[in-house]
Design a protein around this ligand. Sequence first.
Ligand code: SAM
Length: 430
Amino acid sequence: MSQFAAKSVCILGRQPTLGLVELESLYGAEQIKPIKHGVLLDIPAGEINFKRLGGTLKVAKLLNVLPASDWKKIYKYLTENIPRHLQHVPGGTFTLGVSLYGLELPVSKLNTDLLLLKKIIRAQGRSVRIVPNKTLELNSAQVLHNKLTRRGAWELLAIRNGSQTYLAQTFFVQDIEAYAARDQARPKRDARVGMLPPKLAQILINLAVGEIESAVGSRQSAVKKLATSDLGLKTTRALRVLDPFCGTGVILQEALLMGYDTIGSDIEPRMIEFSKTNLDWLLPRFDVQGSRFEIFQADATNHKWQQQFDAVASELYLGRPLSELPVPQKLNEIVQDVNTITKKFLSNIAAQIPKGTRLSLAVPAWRPNVIGLTYHKKGFVHLPVIDHLTDMGYNRIDFVHVKNDELIYFREDQIVARELLVLERLGIRD
Ligand SMILES: C[S@@+](CC[C@H](N)C(=O)[O-])C[C@H]1O[C@@H](n2cnc3c(N)ncnc32)[C@H](O)[C@@H]1O
Protein backbone atom coordinates (compact mmCIF):
# COMPACT_ATOMS: atom_id res chain seq x y z
CA MET A 1 0.00 0.00 0.00
CA SER A 2 1.34 3.43 -0.88
CA GLN A 3 2.30 5.87 1.85
CA PHE A 4 -0.16 8.55 2.89
CA ALA A 5 1.03 11.92 1.54
CA ALA A 6 -1.07 14.86 2.70
CA LYS A 7 -2.03 17.17 -0.17
CA SER A 8 -5.01 19.03 1.20
CA VAL A 9 -6.80 19.74 4.44
CA CYS A 10 -10.50 20.03 5.29
CA ILE A 11 -11.86 22.17 8.11
CA LEU A 12 -14.98 20.51 9.47
CA GLY A 13 -18.30 21.98 10.55
CA ARG A 14 -20.14 22.22 13.86
CA GLN A 15 -20.26 18.47 14.37
CA PRO A 16 -16.82 17.32 13.21
CA THR A 17 -17.50 13.58 13.57
CA LEU A 18 -20.20 13.84 10.89
CA GLY A 19 -17.88 15.70 8.51
CA LEU A 20 -15.17 13.13 9.17
CA VAL A 21 -17.36 10.09 8.55
CA GLU A 22 -18.64 11.70 5.34
CA LEU A 23 -15.07 12.09 4.06
CA GLU A 24 -14.25 8.51 5.07
CA SER A 25 -17.33 7.23 3.26
CA LEU A 26 -16.53 9.11 0.05
CA TYR A 27 -12.77 8.84 -0.12
CA GLY A 28 -11.90 5.79 2.01
CA ALA A 29 -10.25 5.57 5.42
CA GLU A 30 -6.70 5.36 4.02
CA GLN A 31 -7.02 8.59 2.06
CA ILE A 32 -7.76 10.69 5.13
CA LYS A 33 -6.02 11.43 8.40
CA PRO A 34 -7.77 13.36 11.15
CA ILE A 35 -5.74 15.96 13.03
CA LYS A 36 -6.90 18.06 15.94
CA HIS A 37 -8.50 20.90 13.99
CA GLY A 38 -9.18 19.32 10.61
CA VAL A 39 -8.61 16.36 8.32
CA LEU A 40 -5.64 15.81 6.03
CA LEU A 41 -6.36 14.19 2.67
CA ASP A 42 -4.12 12.36 0.26
CA ILE A 43 -6.08 14.02 -2.57
CA PRO A 44 -5.33 17.38 -4.24
CA ALA A 45 -7.74 20.12 -3.08
CA GLY A 46 -8.87 20.79 -6.65
CA GLU A 47 -10.09 17.19 -7.00
CA ILE A 48 -12.34 17.29 -3.99
CA ASN A 49 -15.98 17.58 -4.98
CA PHE A 50 -16.64 20.23 -2.41
CA LYS A 51 -20.21 21.12 -3.34
CA ARG A 52 -21.49 17.74 -2.24
CA LEU A 53 -19.88 17.83 1.21
CA GLY A 54 -22.31 18.78 3.96
CA GLY A 55 -19.88 18.49 6.86
CA THR A 56 -16.85 20.38 5.54
CA LEU A 57 -16.51 24.17 5.87
CA LYS A 58 -13.28 24.76 3.99
CA VAL A 59 -11.04 22.76 1.64
CA ALA A 60 -7.48 24.02 1.42
CA LYS A 61 -4.36 23.13 -0.50
CA LEU A 62 -1.50 22.16 1.78
CA LEU A 63 1.47 24.50 1.28
CA ASN A 64 3.92 23.58 3.99
CA VAL A 65 4.38 22.02 7.39
CA LEU A 66 6.31 24.16 9.85
CA PRO A 67 8.14 22.59 12.79
CA ALA A 68 6.66 25.25 15.07
CA SER A 69 3.55 25.74 17.12
CA ASP A 70 3.85 29.34 18.30
CA TRP A 71 2.56 32.33 16.44
CA LYS A 72 5.85 34.24 16.65
CA LYS A 73 7.69 31.70 14.50
CA ILE A 74 4.79 31.27 12.11
CA TYR A 75 4.45 35.02 11.69
CA LYS A 76 8.19 35.30 10.96
CA TYR A 77 7.79 32.65 8.27
CA LEU A 78 4.87 34.56 6.73
CA THR A 79 6.74 37.87 6.66
CA GLU A 80 9.65 36.19 4.90
CA ASN A 81 7.64 34.17 2.42
CA ILE A 82 4.45 36.02 1.48
CA PRO A 83 6.23 39.00 -0.19
CA ARG A 84 8.34 36.53 -2.16
CA HIS A 85 5.30 34.53 -3.33
CA LEU A 86 3.44 37.68 -4.30
CA GLN A 87 6.00 38.36 -6.99
CA HIS A 88 4.40 35.48 -8.92
CA VAL A 89 0.83 36.67 -8.44
CA PRO A 90 -0.67 39.00 -11.11
CA GLY A 91 -0.55 42.71 -10.25
CA GLY A 92 -3.25 44.91 -8.72
CA THR A 93 -4.38 45.07 -5.14
CA PHE A 94 -4.02 41.74 -3.44
CA THR A 95 -6.43 40.65 -0.68
CA LEU A 96 -5.17 38.55 2.19
CA GLY A 97 -7.06 36.85 5.01
CA VAL A 98 -5.53 34.69 7.73
CA SER A 99 -7.24 32.05 9.87
CA LEU A 100 -5.57 30.37 12.80
CA TYR A 101 -6.68 27.02 14.20
CA GLY A 102 -5.38 25.76 17.52
CA LEU A 103 -2.97 28.66 18.04
CA GLU A 104 -3.36 30.81 21.09
CA LEU A 105 -3.04 34.58 20.92
CA PRO A 106 -5.34 37.57 21.34
CA VAL A 107 -7.21 38.56 18.16
CA SER A 108 -5.91 42.12 18.63
CA LYS A 109 -2.33 40.80 18.41
CA LEU A 110 -3.15 38.93 15.18
CA ASN A 111 -4.70 42.09 13.67
CA THR A 112 -1.70 44.23 14.71
CA ASP A 113 0.76 41.74 13.24
CA LEU A 114 -1.19 41.50 9.99
CA LEU A 115 -1.07 45.30 9.65
CA LEU A 116 2.70 45.13 10.07
CA LEU A 117 2.78 42.43 7.40
CA LYS A 118 0.81 44.74 5.14
CA LYS A 119 3.50 47.43 5.59
CA ILE A 120 6.24 44.93 4.76
CA ILE A 121 4.43 43.90 1.57
CA ARG A 122 3.73 47.53 0.62
CA ALA A 123 7.38 48.45 1.16
CA GLN A 124 8.13 46.01 -1.64
CA GLY A 125 5.86 47.89 -4.00
CA ARG A 126 2.77 45.69 -3.78
CA SER A 127 -0.67 47.02 -2.86
CA VAL A 128 -2.44 44.75 -0.38
CA ARG A 129 -5.69 44.71 1.57
CA ILE A 130 -5.94 42.68 4.76
CA VAL A 131 -9.25 41.23 5.92
CA PRO A 132 -9.57 42.13 9.62
CA ASN A 133 -10.20 39.22 12.00
CA LYS A 134 -13.08 39.32 14.48
CA THR A 135 -11.97 35.93 15.75
CA LEU A 136 -8.82 33.92 15.01
CA GLU A 137 -10.73 32.10 12.27
CA LEU A 138 -12.46 33.88 9.40
CA ASN A 139 -15.93 32.45 8.98
CA SER A 140 -17.40 31.24 5.68
CA ALA A 141 -19.26 34.53 5.13
CA GLN A 142 -16.06 36.57 5.47
CA VAL A 143 -14.17 34.29 3.09
CA LEU A 144 -17.01 34.48 0.57
CA HIS A 145 -17.68 38.21 0.80
CA ASN A 146 -14.01 39.07 0.49
CA LYS A 147 -13.72 36.65 -2.44
CA LEU A 148 -10.71 35.01 -0.83
CA THR A 149 -10.89 31.91 -3.03
CA ARG A 150 -10.68 33.93 -6.25
CA ARG A 151 -7.64 35.11 -8.22
CA GLY A 152 -5.78 37.96 -6.58
CA ALA A 153 -6.72 36.85 -3.07
CA TRP A 154 -5.69 34.27 -0.49
CA GLU A 155 -7.02 32.90 2.70
CA LEU A 156 -4.08 31.40 4.52
CA LEU A 157 -4.79 28.80 7.16
CA ALA A 158 -2.35 28.00 9.95
CA ILE A 159 -3.51 24.79 11.61
CA ARG A 160 -1.63 23.64 14.67
CA ASN A 161 -1.18 19.93 15.25
CA GLY A 162 0.96 19.23 18.32
CA SER A 163 4.40 20.70 17.74
CA GLN A 164 3.80 21.35 14.04
CA THR A 165 1.71 23.80 12.09
CA TYR A 166 0.19 23.13 8.68
CA LEU A 167 0.02 26.06 6.31
CA ALA A 168 -2.68 25.86 3.67
CA GLN A 169 -4.51 27.98 1.13
CA THR A 170 -8.29 27.82 0.98
CA PHE A 171 -9.66 26.56 -2.36
CA PHE A 172 -13.32 26.19 -1.47
CA VAL A 173 -15.53 27.50 1.29
CA GLN A 174 -19.02 26.39 2.21
CA ASP A 175 -21.48 28.45 0.22
CA ILE A 176 -23.86 29.47 2.99
CA GLU A 177 -25.92 31.61 0.65
CA ALA A 178 -26.53 28.70 -1.71
CA TYR A 179 -27.69 26.55 1.21
CA ALA A 180 -30.02 29.29 2.44
CA ALA A 181 -31.39 29.79 -1.09
CA ARG A 182 -32.49 26.18 -1.38
CA ASP A 183 -33.55 25.76 2.24
CA GLN A 184 -35.51 28.82 3.36
CA ALA A 185 -36.80 29.74 -0.10
CA ARG A 186 -38.49 26.39 -0.78
CA PRO A 187 -42.24 26.88 -1.26
CA LYS A 188 -43.27 24.08 1.12
CA ARG A 189 -41.81 23.66 4.56
CA ASP A 190 -43.25 21.90 7.54
CA ALA A 191 -42.00 22.36 11.07
CA ARG A 192 -44.02 19.39 12.28
CA VAL A 193 -42.25 16.77 10.18
CA GLY A 194 -38.99 18.49 11.04
CA MET A 195 -36.62 20.57 9.02
CA LEU A 196 -33.81 18.39 7.86
CA PRO A 197 -30.90 20.75 7.17
CA PRO A 198 -29.65 20.32 3.56
CA LYS A 199 -26.12 19.76 4.89
CA LEU A 200 -27.29 16.78 6.95
CA ALA A 201 -29.20 15.48 3.92
CA GLN A 202 -25.94 15.62 1.94
CA ILE A 203 -24.11 13.72 4.68
CA LEU A 204 -26.82 11.02 4.69
CA ILE A 205 -26.60 10.63 0.92
CA ASN A 206 -22.80 10.50 0.99
CA LEU A 207 -22.94 7.79 3.64
CA ALA A 208 -25.37 5.82 1.47
CA VAL A 209 -23.55 6.08 -1.86
CA GLY A 210 -19.97 6.67 -0.72
CA GLU A 211 -18.89 3.12 -1.22
CA ILE A 212 -20.28 2.88 -4.74
CA GLU A 213 -18.69 6.24 -5.57
CA SER A 214 -15.25 5.23 -4.34
CA ALA A 215 -15.50 1.74 -5.89
CA VAL A 216 -16.01 3.16 -9.37
CA GLY A 217 -13.15 5.53 -8.78
CA SER A 218 -14.68 8.73 -10.12
CA ARG A 219 -15.33 11.44 -7.65
CA GLN A 220 -16.71 13.96 -10.06
CA SER A 221 -19.71 12.37 -11.66
CA ALA A 222 -22.68 10.51 -10.33
CA VAL A 223 -23.23 8.74 -13.61
CA LYS A 224 -21.90 5.24 -13.25
CA LYS A 225 -21.70 2.05 -15.18
CA LEU A 226 -23.97 -0.39 -13.46
CA ALA A 227 -25.07 -3.89 -14.32
CA THR A 228 -28.76 -3.51 -14.99
CA SER A 229 -29.81 -6.85 -16.28
CA ASP A 230 -29.35 -10.51 -15.47
CA LEU A 231 -27.54 -10.88 -18.80
CA GLY A 232 -24.77 -8.79 -17.33
CA LEU A 233 -25.35 -6.00 -19.83
CA LYS A 234 -23.84 -2.76 -18.68
CA THR A 235 -25.44 0.56 -19.24
CA THR A 236 -24.67 4.04 -18.13
CA ARG A 237 -27.26 5.55 -15.90
CA ALA A 238 -27.28 7.76 -12.87
CA LEU A 239 -27.32 6.11 -9.48
CA ARG A 240 -30.80 6.04 -8.01
CA VAL A 241 -31.42 6.94 -4.38
CA LEU A 242 -34.61 6.01 -2.54
CA ASP A 243 -36.08 8.04 0.33
CA PRO A 244 -39.10 6.09 1.62
CA PHE A 245 -39.98 8.73 4.30
CA CYS A 246 -39.44 11.72 2.02
CA GLY A 247 -41.61 14.32 3.83
CA THR A 248 -41.02 17.70 2.18
CA GLY A 249 -38.22 16.26 0.02
CA VAL A 250 -34.95 17.67 1.34
CA ILE A 251 -33.05 14.42 0.66
CA LEU A 252 -34.60 14.11 -2.80
CA GLN A 253 -33.57 17.70 -3.52
CA GLU A 254 -29.98 17.24 -2.41
CA ALA A 255 -29.66 13.92 -4.25
CA LEU A 256 -30.86 15.57 -7.47
CA LEU A 257 -28.36 18.38 -6.99
CA MET A 258 -25.60 15.76 -6.66
CA GLY A 259 -26.64 14.30 -10.01
CA TYR A 260 -28.55 11.25 -8.78
CA ASP A 261 -31.98 10.10 -9.83
CA THR A 262 -34.36 9.79 -6.90
CA ILE A 263 -37.45 7.94 -5.80
CA GLY A 264 -39.43 9.41 -2.93
CA SER A 265 -42.38 7.99 -1.04
CA ASP A 266 -44.25 8.92 2.10
CA ILE A 267 -47.39 7.71 3.84
CA GLU A 268 -49.00 11.15 3.90
CA PRO A 269 -50.52 12.45 0.64
CA ARG A 270 -49.90 16.00 1.88
CA MET A 271 -46.17 15.30 2.06
CA ILE A 272 -46.22 13.95 -1.48
CA GLU A 273 -47.75 17.23 -2.64
CA PHE A 274 -45.12 19.16 -0.68
CA SER A 275 -42.22 17.19 -2.14
CA LYS A 276 -43.56 17.53 -5.68
CA THR A 277 -44.08 21.28 -5.33
CA ASN A 278 -40.60 21.70 -3.87
CA LEU A 279 -38.88 19.72 -6.61
CA ASP A 280 -40.88 21.44 -9.36
CA TRP A 281 -39.62 24.69 -7.87
CA LEU A 282 -36.03 23.41 -7.66
CA LEU A 283 -35.57 22.05 -11.16
CA PRO A 284 -35.67 25.26 -13.22
CA ARG A 285 -33.71 27.23 -10.61
CA PHE A 286 -30.76 24.97 -9.90
CA ASP A 287 -28.34 22.93 -11.92
CA VAL A 288 -29.71 19.39 -11.73
CA GLN A 289 -28.12 18.09 -14.94
CA GLY A 290 -31.05 16.05 -16.24
CA SER A 291 -31.58 14.06 -13.03
CA ARG A 292 -35.02 12.53 -12.70
CA PHE A 293 -37.36 11.98 -9.80
CA GLU A 294 -40.46 9.98 -9.05
CA ILE A 295 -42.66 10.58 -6.02
CA PHE A 296 -45.68 8.63 -4.81
CA GLN A 297 -47.65 7.80 -1.72
CA ALA A 298 -46.66 4.56 0.03
CA ASP A 299 -46.47 3.06 3.49
CA ALA A 300 -42.82 2.12 3.93
CA THR A 301 -43.72 -0.67 6.33
CA ASN A 302 -45.43 -2.76 3.64
CA HIS A 303 -44.87 -1.21 0.21
CA LYS A 304 -43.22 -3.20 -2.58
CA TRP A 305 -41.07 -0.85 -4.62
CA GLN A 306 -41.28 -1.65 -8.33
CA GLN A 307 -38.41 0.64 -9.20
CA GLN A 308 -34.77 -0.31 -9.05
CA PHE A 309 -32.64 1.72 -6.65
CA ASP A 310 -29.00 1.56 -5.63
CA ALA A 311 -29.03 3.03 -2.12
CA VAL A 312 -31.42 4.30 0.53
CA ALA A 313 -30.97 7.63 2.29
CA SER A 314 -33.76 8.67 4.61
CA GLU A 315 -34.78 10.51 7.73
CA LEU A 316 -37.26 8.11 9.28
CA TYR A 317 -40.26 8.87 11.40
CA LEU A 318 -38.94 10.76 14.45
CA GLY A 319 -42.07 10.62 16.59
CA ARG A 320 -43.81 13.79 17.49
CA PRO A 321 -41.71 16.91 18.04
CA LEU A 322 -41.02 17.56 21.73
CA SER A 323 -40.38 20.93 23.29
CA GLU A 324 -39.93 19.35 26.71
CA LEU A 325 -39.22 15.88 27.86
CA PRO A 326 -42.33 13.84 28.69
CA VAL A 327 -42.60 11.76 31.85
CA PRO A 328 -40.75 8.42 31.52
CA GLN A 329 -43.89 6.40 30.76
CA LYS A 330 -44.89 8.78 27.97
CA LEU A 331 -41.37 8.79 26.53
CA ASN A 332 -41.41 5.02 26.58
CA GLU A 333 -44.64 5.00 24.55
CA ILE A 334 -43.10 7.30 21.96
CA VAL A 335 -39.95 5.18 21.76
CA GLN A 336 -41.99 1.99 21.31
CA ASP A 337 -44.20 3.62 18.69
CA VAL A 338 -41.24 4.81 16.58
CA ASN A 339 -39.41 1.53 17.16
CA THR A 340 -42.31 -0.47 15.73
CA ILE A 341 -42.43 1.59 12.51
CA THR A 342 -38.63 1.46 12.12
CA LYS A 343 -38.57 -2.29 12.65
CA LYS A 344 -41.41 -2.96 10.23
CA PHE A 345 -39.75 -0.79 7.61
CA LEU A 346 -36.38 -2.51 7.97
CA SER A 347 -37.94 -5.92 7.74
CA ASN A 348 -40.11 -4.94 4.73
CA ILE A 349 -37.26 -3.49 2.69
CA ALA A 350 -34.78 -6.23 3.67
CA ALA A 351 -36.77 -8.67 1.55
CA GLN A 352 -36.52 -6.38 -1.49
CA ILE A 353 -32.86 -5.40 -1.70
CA PRO A 354 -29.77 -7.26 -2.86
CA LYS A 355 -26.94 -8.12 -0.54
CA GLY A 356 -24.60 -5.21 0.03
CA THR A 357 -27.19 -2.48 -0.53
CA ARG A 358 -26.51 0.45 1.78
CA LEU A 359 -29.06 2.29 3.85
CA SER A 360 -28.13 5.53 5.55
CA LEU A 361 -30.86 6.40 8.00
CA ALA A 362 -31.46 9.18 10.49
CA VAL A 363 -33.50 7.83 13.39
CA PRO A 364 -34.40 9.58 16.62
CA ALA A 365 -32.44 9.38 19.85
CA TRP A 366 -33.80 11.23 22.86
CA ARG A 367 -31.71 13.32 25.17
CA PRO A 368 -33.10 13.05 28.67
CA ASN A 369 -30.09 14.77 30.14
CA VAL A 370 -30.97 18.18 28.73
CA ILE A 371 -31.49 21.07 31.08
CA GLY A 372 -31.84 19.79 34.59
CA LEU A 373 -33.80 16.59 34.12
CA THR A 374 -33.81 14.07 36.87
CA TYR A 375 -33.62 10.65 35.28
CA HIS A 376 -31.20 9.08 32.77
CA LYS A 377 -28.43 11.36 33.89
CA LYS A 378 -26.31 10.93 30.82
CA GLY A 379 -26.43 9.57 27.32
CA PHE A 380 -29.28 9.12 24.91
CA VAL A 381 -32.30 6.86 24.81
CA HIS A 382 -31.81 4.84 21.62
CA LEU A 383 -34.27 2.85 19.56
CA PRO A 384 -34.24 -0.76 20.86
CA VAL A 385 -34.16 -2.14 17.29
CA ILE A 386 -30.55 -0.92 16.97
CA ASP A 387 -29.50 -3.85 19.15
CA HIS A 388 -31.15 -6.36 16.80
CA LEU A 389 -29.93 -5.28 13.37
CA THR A 390 -27.98 -8.47 12.66
CA ASP A 391 -31.06 -10.61 13.40
CA MET A 392 -32.92 -8.47 10.88
CA GLY A 393 -30.37 -9.12 8.15
CA TYR A 394 -28.25 -5.98 8.43
CA ASN A 395 -24.70 -5.17 9.29
CA ARG A 396 -24.12 -1.79 10.92
CA ILE A 397 -21.04 -0.41 9.15
CA ASP A 398 -18.08 0.32 11.40
CA PHE A 399 -16.01 3.28 10.34
CA VAL A 400 -12.30 3.58 11.05
CA HIS A 401 -12.06 7.19 12.16
CA VAL A 402 -15.41 7.64 13.92
CA LYS A 403 -17.19 5.42 16.43
CA ASN A 404 -20.83 4.63 15.80
CA ASP A 405 -21.97 6.24 19.05
CA GLU A 406 -20.50 9.54 17.79
CA LEU A 407 -22.84 9.60 14.80
CA ILE A 408 -25.47 11.76 16.43
CA TYR A 409 -26.68 15.11 15.14
CA PHE A 410 -28.23 17.51 17.60
CA ARG A 411 -28.43 21.08 18.69
CA GLU A 412 -28.00 21.96 22.34
CA ASP A 413 -31.65 22.93 22.80
CA GLN A 414 -33.09 19.83 21.09
CA ILE A 415 -34.62 16.89 22.89
CA VAL A 416 -34.98 14.71 19.81
CA ALA A 417 -31.56 14.17 18.27
CA ARG A 418 -30.92 12.29 15.04
CA GLU A 419 -28.81 9.18 15.21
CA LEU A 420 -27.21 8.09 11.94
CA LEU A 421 -27.34 4.39 11.15
CA VAL A 422 -25.34 3.21 8.17
CA LEU A 423 -26.44 -0.31 7.34
CA GLU A 424 -25.58 -2.86 4.74
CA ARG A 425 -27.89 -5.68 3.74
CA LEU A 426 -26.46 -9.05 4.71
CA GLY A 427 -27.55 -12.29 3.15
CA ILE A 428 -27.48 -14.33 0.04
CA ARG A 429 -29.40 -12.35 -2.61
CA ASP A 430 -27.01 -10.75 -5.16
C1 SAM B 1 -38.97 13.20 9.89
S1 SAM B 1 -40.07 13.21 8.58
C2 SAM B 1 -39.02 13.29 7.17
C3 SAM B 1 -38.81 14.72 6.74
C4 SAM B 1 -38.05 14.83 5.49
N1 SAM B 1 -36.65 14.45 5.64
C5 SAM B 1 -38.14 16.21 4.86
O1 SAM B 1 -37.23 16.56 4.11
O2 SAM B 1 -39.09 16.93 5.06
C6 SAM B 1 -40.71 11.61 8.56
C7 SAM B 1 -41.75 11.35 7.49
O3 SAM B 1 -42.14 10.00 7.59
C8 SAM B 1 -43.48 9.90 7.16
N2 SAM B 1 -43.97 8.60 7.63
C9 SAM B 1 -44.36 8.21 8.87
N3 SAM B 1 -44.72 6.93 8.87
C10 SAM B 1 -44.51 6.46 7.61
C11 SAM B 1 -44.69 5.20 6.98
N4 SAM B 1 -45.13 4.13 7.64
N5 SAM B 1 -44.37 5.10 5.67
C12 SAM B 1 -43.91 6.16 4.96
N6 SAM B 1 -43.75 7.37 5.52
C13 SAM B 1 -44.03 7.53 6.82
C14 SAM B 1 -44.13 11.12 7.73
O4 SAM B 1 -45.30 11.45 7.00
C15 SAM B 1 -43.02 12.16 7.59
O5 SAM B 1 -43.20 12.90 6.41
